[in-house]
Design a protein. Structure first.
Length: 246
């Protein structure tokens, strides 16, 4: 069992909400409950990801029941569980602000330079160099200039700020990363897979940046057809939830 960091999101869910449709697409997994669609990164080709004897019968189960799949060792099931959690949590709310969470914390030029020099990004994304110049990028399969996840322990321990893509919630690395960072570090978890649950804003996690689907039918169809993140942006909006003490 793993991903206990998601326990507050699972515990806070209403057992009455039921998943009506589920699709595990080429890039994304989607769970629909009424007008709400929750998304999670699909673990295509990931080690340990496999369908189960329950495949084909997940729909019709309570979202809270499905969300417990986040605790399994199978990335395929974790993706379904995370999408189910997001179908519950990622809905319009007054506490949510517009934005993708991909901004440094500091505003003073000198403090900003210090923060960027001590920023670690887990998982590359488009425009990274422009948003976080000089930051250290950590990847499971690193490119030139990036740090391998297996060698990143010292970088995590000294990070002033850390931006962790939500794929870490599916591939099972999120908990180890959070355990390795300093309590004083400011951690942002970003991406459409992020559950916007206030209970996840604990310890070093100061900001959640997720996605609220505003056109559920169009988004679900796009996932079925293999849409990537850029295509999905048309059917929702990126939002953030920030800890009061951030």
């Amino acid at each position: 069992m793993r991903q206990s960091l998601l326990a507050p999101a699972i515990a806070g869910m209403d057992d009455g909400a039921v998943a009506e449709r589920i699709v595990v697409g080429f890039n994304w997994t989607a769970v629909q409950c009424g007008a709400s669609v929750g998304l999670a990164w699909s673990p295509r080709g990931m080690a340990g990801a496999h369908t189960t004897p329950q495949t084909g019968s997940y729909a019709g189960r309570p979202l809270a029941d499905l969300a417990r799949l986040c605790l399994t060792d199978n990335p395929y099931e974790r993706s379904i569980g995370l999408a189910a959690a997001n179908a519950f949590w990622n809905r319009p709310a007054p506490s949510l602000q517009e934005g993708d969470g991909l901004t440094p914390w500091a505003r003073d030029p000198e403090a900003l330079r210090e923060e960027l020099a001590g920023t670690v990004i887990v998982g590359r994304f488009p425009g990274l160099d422009a948003k976080f110049p000089g930051a250290t990028v950590v990847e499971l399969d690193p490119r030139a200039g990036e740090v391998a996840y297996a060698d990143a322990g010292p970088r995590f321990a000294t990070a002033r700020a850390l931006v962790m893509t939500a794929s870490t919630l599916v591939n099972g690395t999120a908990e180890a990363i959070l355990a390795a960072v300093s309590p004083e570090a400011r951690v942002s978890v970003v991406g459409p897979s992020v559950p916007l649950c206030p209970g996840l804003l604990t310890g070093p996690v100061r900001r959640l940046a997720g996605f609220v689907v505003t056109e559920p039918q169009a988004a679900f169809t796009a996932v079925m057809e293999g849409a990537g993140a850029k295509a999905l942006k048309r059917f929702g909006r990126p939002v953030t939830l920030t800890a009061p003490q951030a």
